[in-house]
Design a protein around this ligand. Structure first.
Ligand SMILES: [Zn+2]
Length: 159
């Protein structure tokens, strides 16, 4: 007999939301797969994706609070970034989400304090702050290992 999902697992599957339209570059986020990955990674808070068209960055992640005072993770992805590149970026940001939730659980500190209280302190030596940051090194390695799994469809197709 297959084991049905628990209510908790169903809620987590519902906890990922993506933009309704394909990105300008012609890919579509695979909402269900990302939700399954988030569940496997043990991510507890919802993840909301948004597009940006800024040419400066591929992506970023931040902790936000909804109208009811509940935390969620907001991943902003550049909709002009090619599919393979943005896929790696999303894996990178998922790693930061795991890092932040893990830190909050272990330290007992509020999730939204992760950046200020630990991320910035994990920097490398002078002139090496971003690339030498321990959380960045870990996120790069994580993304490199996982990015063979495509979290996006080609085109506007969703099946
Ligand atoms: Zn990063």
């Amino acid at each position: 007999m297959p084991k049905p999902l628990t209510l908790n697992e169903i809620n987590r599957l519902l906890a990922v939301s993506v933009p309704a339209t394909p990105a300008a570059e012609g890919w579509t986020l695979n909402e269900q797969l990302i939700a399954e990955v988030a569940m496997q990674l043990g991510i507890e808070h919802p993840i909301k994706f948004r597009y940006t068209s800024s040419r400066r960055k591929h992506g970023s992640v931040a902790v936000r609070m909804d109208a009811n005072g509940n935390y969620y993770h907001r991943i902003i992805v550049n909709q002009w970034t090619p599919r393979k590149r943005i896929n790696e970026t999303i894996w990178h940001e998922l790693c930061h989400i795991v890092q932040s939730e893990d830190w909050a659980k272990r330290s007992g500190r509020p999730l939204h304090r992760w950046m200020k209280e630990t991320y910035y302190k994990a920097n490398g030596g002078y002139g090496n702050t971003y690339k030498g940051n321990l959380y960045e090194i870990q996120a790069r390695e994580f993304a490199a290992k996982k990015c063979h799994i495509m979290l996006l469809w080609e085109g506007g197709d969703t099946q």
